[in-house]
Design a protein around this ligand. Structure first.
Ligand code: ADP
Ligand code: MG
Ligand code: MG
Ligand code: MG
Length: 400
């Protein structure tokens, strides 16, 4: 019989105390639940006398969505722990250290990153992150390359694919990103002033065709081990440091899905500048910074990925003339498409982003929402024609 039950704060303390090498023998431990409680509990356990702390994250056996609960596998805690450990090995220093995993209790006990800020919040506060493009392009290039058939033994990869099947969480993504926004689904949620914009999405056959191709890729293209939920709420940041958290959606999918998640959230923030930078010249400057970050992420990712390919390709075939260039172009095209899909779902789908939802003025919010939809749909429609990141920048700059 399973020993699983949601932990109390006292139990979180007891478990934290049993982790060796963190806390001093003497000295009281305090525990605080700091998660948003929709899917997981997150306990911050600290010892004031030593200044030490850690995080206990526990998966809940259900998801609270639109006021209802539906069952959700606890196996995602194992997936999160294992993904974090693989990411730490491939991209050292860019994820929290895992101290302990307990699959029965669905726990990951890990490094406390409270010295960092969640990037979405940091951006809303106007933060500038000079190290971010360098770090996230490292994270993407290294985790994606070394878990793909390019940088990993293909037989080992097949076994790893099985252990990261993650069907339940993939189903959530499939529905919320590739299905519901394009039809009048009950789970959709949007401001009433967007009714006509939503209906436009529901009747756009050209858009539906491209989304069907992206969905197919999401379902069938087991290219590399993805983080699976790489938005700015899954990134802890300071001006000098970047840490990626929360890979419970990890599975083997198309690389562009992770790259697109990062770019989409920067572009959603770009759209939200209608409000957060009220003054025109400040807004222009902020938007330039965001687009420059987008460009640097792709350019750095591409050059790092090509260098890994040249230095670590596991097979003679990977030296085939023209193959690398073709691969990189397809990766860019996927990135355009998934960036767009991830923008659209945040405006009309179930889960939104604070950058836009927190804009208090209806008219300003509507303007930001329409800008995000316009950029997102253009990226989806043009994804298979993309040949340069400049086209993405251009789409963002000319959309309205
Ligand atoms: P969920 O899967 O429920 O979204 P997250 O892993 O994103 O859970 O964590 C939710 C919140 O808990 C984060 O936004 C952050 O505030 C806090 N948190 C999570 N992991 C850590 C950590 N390692 N250090 C400090 N705070 C954390
Ligand atoms: Mg959450
Ligand atoms: Mg999260
Ligand atoms: Mg999560």
């Amino acid at each position: 019989m399973s020993n699983y039950h949601p932990l109390t704060e006292a139990e979180a303390i007891e478990i934290a105390r049993s982790i060796s090498g963190i806390f001093e023998q003497e000295g009281e431990l305090l525990s605080r639940e700091i998660g948003d409680g929709n899917l997981n509990l997150v306990f911050h356990v600290s010892q004031p006398s030593s200044g030490r702390s850690l995080i206990v994250k526990q998966a809940l056996p259900y998801a609270k969505v639109v006021g209802e609960s539906w069952p959700l596998t606890l196996d995602r805690a194992r997936i999160e722990s294992e993904a974090l450990m693989i990411e730490e090995r491939l991209a050292p220093g860019l994820v929290p250290k895992v101290y302990h995993t307990d699959n029965e209790l669905a726990l990951t006990i890990m490094e406390d990153l409270s010295s960092h800020k969640i990037m979405r919040q940091g951006l809303i506060e106007g933060g500038i992150y000079p190290q971010f493009a360098e770090d996230i392009s490292d994270f993407l290039a290294r985790t994606l390359f070394f878990t793909s058939d390019l940088g990993m033994n293909q037989q080992e990869k097949k076994l790893l694919v099985r252990s990261f099947a993650n069907p339940e969480l993939c189903k959530i993504t499939e529905e919320l990103i590739f299905d519901h926004p394009y039809t009048n689904a009950d789970t959709n949620s949007f401001d009433s002033h967007l009714q006509a914009d939503a209906e436009q999405l529901w009747s756009d056959a050209t858009l539906h065709f491209e989304v069907a191709l992206l969905r197919e890729k999401f379902l069938t293209h087991a290219q590399a081990l993805l983080h699976g939920d790489l938005h700015t709420g899954s990134i802890f940041i300071t001006p000098e440091s970047t840490k990626v958290i929360d890979p419970e959606f990890a599975y083997f999918g198309p690389m562009g899905f992770d790259i697109g998640a990062v770019l989409a959230n920067l572009l959603l923030h770009y759209a939200s500048q209608e409000h957060w930078s009220a003054e025109v010249s400040a807004r222009q400057e902020r938007r330039q910074y965001l687009l420059e970050t987008v460009r640097r992420i792709w350019v750095s990712f591409e050059s790092k990925f090509r260098a890994l390919w040249d230095g670590h390709g596991t097979d003679r075939i990977f030296g085939t003339a023209g193959y690398q260039d073709d691969y990189m172009q397809r990766l860019l095209q996927d990135t355009f498409g998934f960036t767009g899909a991830k923008m659209v779902r945040r405006i009309v789908g179930l889960a939104h982003v604070a950058d836009i939802d927190r804009i208090p003025n209806d008219e300003t919010r509507a303007k930001a929402q329409r800008l995000a939809l316009s950029i997102g749909t253009a990226l989806i429609k043009q994804n298979r024609q993309a040949t340069s990141i400049d086209q993405l920048i251009d789409i963002a700059e000319t959309a309205n």
